[in-house]
Ligand binder design. Structure first.
Ligand code: 9UX
Length: 71
């Protein structure tokens, strides 16, 4: 089954940030869907847990300058 996770990303302050976040997460094998919600500073991710894990999602966000908190 797919896993779902929402992250709190305080640094996601505009749609440009959201676009960067979508691009980097979508590039990871196993990520099925990314929905950034800028007003709530949250990012919803649906992924195949046999291919990618939460720590990798957080690491990818960190690499493009965003700290993600499990929410
Ligand atoms: Mo918006 Mo974010 O101008 O990395 S793109 S602040």
């Amino acid at each position: 089954p797919l896993a779902e996770q929402e992250f709190l990303v305080p640094g996601m302050v505009c749609e440009g940030c959201a676009s960067k976040i979508s691009t980097v997460l979508t590039s990871l094998v196993g990520v099925q869907e990314v929905k950034p919600k800028v007003p709530q500073k949250r990012v919803y991710v649906r992924y195949e847990p046999t291919q990618v894990q939460e720590e990798q999602l957080k690491a990818a966000l960190d690499q493009v300058g965003f700290t993600a908190i499990e929410a």
